[in-house]
Write a protein that binds this ligand. Structure first.
Ligand SMILES: Cc1cc2nc3c(=O)[nH]c(=O)nc-3n(C[C@H](O)[C@H](O)[C@H](O)COP(=O)(O)O)c2cc1C
Length: 306
């Protein structure tokens, strides 16, 4: 069998293969460049950026659990200006798509980030809406469809880049939020962000994280994410990037079969920095084994018994 086609289009974003690395787990790309051929990745989603630099939470910031990781980094980052000056020129050398994850605490923050990054020239924006809106009493943007839509609109008004809104799983009806952001102008959604969590040291009886609580990621997220994505895809038929506990090609394939058009590898980068490359190779092997010439044949191909 000849070459198999791995290229996908997620909304307006064209990727040479459907495997990206997830925000916050791959730094600004540079940190991994000695270990991973960045040219092979479908895309790099850069660590979340805010308008101003942020020092993040007190340590400890990471704790392992039986099936995942809890992090309370606190969105530490160098701020958008330094990113554009110091990190973006390096990233631009590679033949991969640069997607910048942004977060803020007001609609104005998000709009400002979108304007600056669009002028700087990146390939797409990913909007992290798992943040409190300080102007509205700390209510989370991502848990209310009206706020989620308003953030999306604020970003889309400032950019012509493809926009993906990253959804939090901590909601009652994820379809409602996904629909709200698509109607507000997003190209698609990234699903899912971490799930709020906590761990306690029984000997000191203190929380294991400096911030007390954090976000749970890793293999424990995958079944939850798969179910949410399946619901969103079957109800709305929209572009989705699947995220949560992808450790292998088999994990990524589950997401694609359920209907995600691309996937992001997160926590696995800490275990094996080359996971995303192994996922790409493993997807190709699977397609050959099952005689598919094009990745698009398996996206959304889940067979639901009648
Ligand atoms: C240490 C760490 C930092 C993260 N930072 C961000 C971030 O800055 N912005 C964001 O949207 N998601 C962030 N995430 C969430 C991941 O991008 C991803 O959605 C989540 O970890 C689930 O995928 P995984 O199970 O493959 O890790 C972070 C996750 C981890 C583990």
């Amino acid at each position: 069998m000849g070459k198999v086609n791995l290229a996908v289009k997620v909304g307006r974003l064209e990727l040479k293969n459907p495997v990206l690395v997830a925000s916050g787990t791959f730094g600004y790309g540079e940190e991994y460049a000695q270990l991973v051929d960045l040219n092979r990745l479908g895309g790099i989603v850069v660590k979340g950026l805010s308008l101003e630099p942020k020092i993040g939470n007190p340590p400890p910031r990471l704790v392992e659990t039986s099936c995942g990781l809890i992090n309370a980094i606190g969105l530490e980052n160098i701020g958008v200006e330094r990113f554009i000056k110091e990190k973006l020129p390096f990233l631009r050398q590679f033949e991969t798509k640069i997607i910048v994850n942004i977060f803020g605490y007001s609609f104005k923050d998000y709009a400002g980030l979108a304007a600056k990054l669009t002028a700087a020239g990146v390939n797409a924006l990913e909007v992290n809406i798992s943040c409190p809106n300080i102007k509205e009493g700390g209510k989370f943007f991502g848990t209310d469809p009206t706020s989620a839509a308003a953030v999306t609109k604020a970003v889309c008004e400032e950019t012509d880049l493809p926009v993906f809104v990253k959804l939090t799983p901590q909601v009652t009806d994820i379809v409602e939020i996904a629909q709200a952001v698509i109607e507000a102008g997003a190209d698609g959604v990234s699903m899912i962000n971490t799930f709020p969590a906590m761990a306690v040291d029984i000997h000191t009886r203190r929380p294991k994280l400096g911030n007390i609580t954090g976000g749970l990621s890793g293999p424990c997220l995958k079944p939850i994410a798969l179910k949410m994505i399946w619901e969103v895809v079957r109800s709305l038929h929209i572009p989705v990037m699947g995220i949560g506990g992808i450790m292998s090609a088999a994990d990524a394939l589950e997401y694609l079969i359920v209907g995600a058009q691309a996937v992001q590898v997160g926590t696995a980068n800490f275990v094996n920095p080359r996971t995303a490359l192994e996922v790409i190779d493993g997807i190709e092997d699977y397609l050959r084994l099952h005689h598919f010439k094009d990745i698009k044949s398996i996206i959304g191909s889940v067979l639901i018994p009648k």
